[in-house]
Design a protein around this ligand. Sequence first.
Ligand SMILES: *[C@@H]1O[C@H](CO)[C@@H](O)[C@H](O)[C@H]1NC(C)=O
Ligand SMILES: *[C@@H]1O[C@H](CO)[C@@H](O)[C@H](O)[C@H]1NC(C)=O
Ligand SMILES: *[C@@H]1O[C@H](CO)[C@@H](O)[C@H](O)[C@H]1NC(C)=O
Ligand SMILES: *[C@@H]1O[C@H](CO)[C@@H](O)[C@H](O)[C@H]1NC(C)=O
Ligand SMILES: *[C@@H]1O[C@H](CO)[C@@H](O)[C@H](O)[C@H]1NC(C)=O
Ligand SMILES: *[C@@H]1O[C@H](CO)[C@@H](O)[C@H](O)[C@H]1NC(C)=O
Ligand SMILES: *[C@@H]1O[C@H](CO)[C@@H](O)[C@H](O)[C@H]1NC(C)=O
Ligand SMILES: CC(=O)N[C@H]1CO[C@H](CO)[C@@H](O)[C@@H]1O
Length: 507
Amino acid sequence: MARGGYLFLLVTIGLLGSYVVDGLGVNWGQISTHVLPPKVVVQMLKDNNISKVKLFEINDATMQGLAGSDIEVMVAIPNYLLNSMTNAKTAKDWVEKNVTKYLTQKPAVNIKYVAVGNEPFLTSYNGSYLNSTYPALKNVQTAINDAGHGDKVKATVPLNADIYMSPSNHYVPSAGYFRPDISTQMSDIAKFLDKNKAPFTINIYPYINLYQNPGFPFDYAFFDGMKFPLMDEKIAYDNSFDAAYDTLVVALEKVGVKNIPIYIGEVGWPTDGDKHANVQLAEKFYRGLLKKLGNNEGTPLRPKQYIEVYLFGLLDEDAKSVDPGNFERHWGLFTQDGQPKFPIDLTGKGRNITLVGAKDVKMLPKKWCVMRSDAKNATLIEETIKYACNYGDCTPIGMGCSCGNLDAAGNASYAYNIYYQTMGQKAGSCGFSGLAEETTKNPSSGNCTFPIRVAPPPTPSPPPASAPGSGTPADEKTQSSQKSSAYYYGPSLLLLLGLEVVASFFF
Ligand SMILES: *[C@@H]1O[C@H](CO)[C@@H](O)[C@H](O)[C@H]1NC(C)=O
Ligand SMILES: *[C@@H]1O[C@H](CO)[C@@H](O)[C@H](O)[C@H]1NC(C)=O
Ligand SMILES: *[C@@H]1O[C@H](CO)[C@@H](O)[C@H](O)[C@H]1NC(C)=O
Ligand SMILES: *[C@@H]1O[C@H](CO)[C@@H](O)[C@H](O)[C@H]1NC(C)=O
Ligand SMILES: *[C@@H]1O[C@H](CO)[C@@H](O)[C@H](O)[C@H]1NC(C)=O
Ligand SMILES: *[C@@H]1O[C@H](CO)[C@@H](O)[C@H](O)[C@H]1NC(C)=O
Ligand SMILES: *[C@@H]1O[C@H](CO)[C@@H](O)[C@H](O)[C@H]1NC(C)=O
Ligand SMILES: CC(=O)N[C@H]1CO[C@H](CO)[C@@H](O)[C@@H]1O
């Protein structure tokens, strides 16, 4: 009922409002089983005065959705292409087909930045992109310059906060430096960006600090003050965002780069999948962050200045890898179908208002799939839940999550329903060997929503309906071919890693 009652009520009061925090951006990821049409998303951005968007790749449908809007776009070269971009000719070709094309078509896409890779120096990548990132950056910017767009379009590299650190016995920003294994690369990259008047882009996640470190001071993740702030000489740090930002400022100064603009490529708070991931804390985090940004407070080392920020993220993404944690699919300011989750005032004035939701969204019919009341075979129930959750997103039924209070039957119903929706309510997808049945009665209750997904776009020749009534796990082959079909999953799915991991140290 969460979406049926509480959230819908809030939607209706999001109509007042004024300018958003000057030039606020959002990350638009699309690792979802069912995506909103690009035009619907772009209208949603406009309705909320969001003027900048950061993508994780380029696909033509998204770019055409953005064409003709004034929205500034950061397009991206995924990590798996970095190696090939060390070839100047390949980089030139990529820029021609993916940047020049959209800048010069009519109507054009307002491309301002090209993200070269995404967090390529994450320690979990084992140095895979260590040698290619800097050469790729140089080649891409050179290609942009050669194509005549150098003044308008800058290449940058969105990096993860684990590229820099402070000594473990002196955990303060003023002791910051780049991670030793990448210090040469970081120095080269920072100097290149600086010389080229491009921004340095960093992702900062106080939430993940809190998630990964049981001893992390709760209040330090937010912006509401602390009894015992971290003292760095005379500077008191009472939030980890400032400390992370300033540690980077110091690390950059140590390689001789002093005034380069630092953009926040990603920052946000998830709303499900973990005990600290909920709408209440997300609201608290964003309220503090947006107020700070709206006031152009800057940080202790770079006070009183505008910080360019891309919130993470725009929409939930139910097909992201949960390797970093079950929260990974719940970073959206909006649900996957474009409905706002909690009150947030993008102007930073802290008013109790809500974002404007997506309009004219075609949803699947109001039907759910639940466990039959006469289902008995516990072994089979367990097996079918496992199967269903392999395809659908079951992270909300975990302990401390939005559906964490369901009983055993509720768990089964959640799993069956999410499978059914993920499969587009396809005939036979609510079978589970006779354990499940369709219903038109919404099984949602309290904070626990049994979602219905966005309807897939109309296809020229609909896939033939398979025999109804079965839909059992035995049908593995059919299901896996469905999984890879563009009908359910956009082409982006396999191309993205979707990791948002940051360092486990103390800022
Ligand atoms: C967006 O900005 C316009 C002014 O350009 C304002 O009238 C409108 O209320 C704003 N909308 C929101 C949702 O803040
Ligand atoms: C990095 O190394 C670890 C341990 O050797 C391995 O499990 C992991 O798959 C590797 N990751 C990548 C991206 O190569
Ligand atoms: C990067 O270059 C170093 C030195 O040439 C080499 O030892 C290392 O294997 C290279 N790494 C990758 C991932 O290619
Ligand atoms: C719903 O979630 C909020 C946190 O976002 C929590 O405060 C509240 O207790 C939850 N309600 C129920 C019924 O679990
Ligand atoms: C915000 O507005 C909603 C809807 O009117 C209300 O239920 C809620 O209590 C308000 N929250 C605050 C913090 O005032
Ligand atoms: C329960 O289901 C399992 C298959 O998962 C099957 O082997 C077993 O015979 C079933 N038990 C009954 C009593 O039907
Ligand atoms: C429901 O599923 C969750 C997640 O697997 C589990 O933690 C919980 O114990 C289950 N609840 C019941 C009553 O079986
Ligand atoms: C959407 C789009 O046009 N993508 C192109 C980007 O560039 C590569 C070539 O490097 C093309 O293969 C893609 O089609």
